[in-house]
Design a protein around this ligand. Structure first.
Ligand SMILES: [Zn+2]
Length: 140
């Protein structure tokens, strides 16, 4: 039997709210849940009861853990090469988020002129685009 928890972003302008479905066994790992809003980065607040008047985003427990730990909402997780390569080859980079680490330049993300930000992580095979985000969206 599933049960649900409801999470709301504390940033009034963000409006992110999620209805998280949990299996009974998953309730024991609630401490693994992040508390960072996947859209704006502000804190999330939990409620155990449904509150009317919100447009809830339905997420499984696993999807919610991914989203609140910075790995992206389901539609943001990149799984195919062609759309990303096509986007990079046809767009202009308008912003680069980078930092120095161990005398190396680490590119964290690039934002393209189509409004999409590609987020990178390292792998033995090269850079991994692990999520593609478009900000300024409301609760979906
Ligand atoms: Zn938020």
């Amino acid at each position: 039997m599933l049960f649900y928890l409801y999470y709301f972003c504390t940033n009034d302008e963000c409006k992110f709210c999620a209805k998280v479905s949990l299996e009974p066994g998953e309730a024991n790992t609630l401490s693994a849940l992040g508390t960072e809003c996947p859209l704006c980065g502000d804190s999330l607040r939990k409620r155990s009861l449904y509150t009317d008047g919100y447009d809830y985003r339905g997420l499984t427990f696993k999807e919610f853990i991914y989203a609140t730990n910075g790995l992206g909402l389901p539609e943001e997780i990149v799984t195919h090469v062609e759309p990303i390569v096509g986007m990079l080859e046809s767009s202009k980079i308008v912003k680069v988020k980078a930092e120095e680490f161990d005398d190396r330049c680490v590119i964290k993300s690039v934002t393209l002129n189509n409004g999409i930000t590609l987020h990178f992580a390292a792998s033995g095979n090269g850079a991994v685009v692990y999520k593609a985000t478009r900000r300024n969206k409301k609760c979906q």
